[in-house]
Design a protein. Structure first.
Length: 162
């Protein structure tokens, strides 16, 4: 997996959380996972196409999703509801928009996000694309960026995050 495709997404996630939510993300150790189960209850999903085909997922622990929604809407939701899915979809779109500007040189296009909720939900990655999990911690709990690409030589490298 080319680090050049991963780093813009990671930098964008850190920047959007800091700027829009006043929440600092601290990266933990990354790992590969070959099943499609999400680690957290709410996932915003972005598709990528072009020279490489892939999926990028922003998966949030329940409390992190509720708190992010609270910051964005100035009202705390009682549960994972349509306000939460809308807020996480918008947050994911902000991350995708910021990353897209950094990915244009690689001729990758990013789709608008979709949001899936529920414990143990599955995420579809392109066939043959192992999912790289980059977990973060913040004051609200766990946030994971999952990335899976195919179409370029598999060059696993340590992604950098500011």
């Amino acid at each position: 997996m080319k680090v050049e495709y991963v780093n813009p997404v990671l930098r964008s996630a850190v920047s959007v959380f800091s700027t829009m939510l006043n929440c600092e993300l601290t990266r933990q150790d990354l790992f590969l996972k070959d099943d499609s189960k999400a680690l957290h209850e709410v996932s915003g999903i972005i598709g990528l196409s072009g020279k490489a085909k892939g999926t990028v997922v922003l998966s949030l622990y329940r409390e992190a999703a509720l708190r992010a929604t609270e910051v964005m809407l100035q009202v705390r939701p009682d549960s994972i509801n349509s306000d939460v899915t809308d807020a996480i979809g918008e947050l994911t779109n902000m991350i995708a928009g910021a990353a897209k500007a950094q990915l244009e040189q690689y001729e990758l296009s990013i789709t608008l996000s979709t949001v899936i909720t529920g414990k143990g939900h599955s995420i579809g990655f392109p066939s043959g694309a192992p999912a790289l999990y980059i977990p973060f911690e913040c004051e609200w709990g766990g946030v994971v960026v999952q990335v899976g690409y195919v179409g370029q030589p598999n060059q696993m490298a340590e992604p950098a995050v500011m």
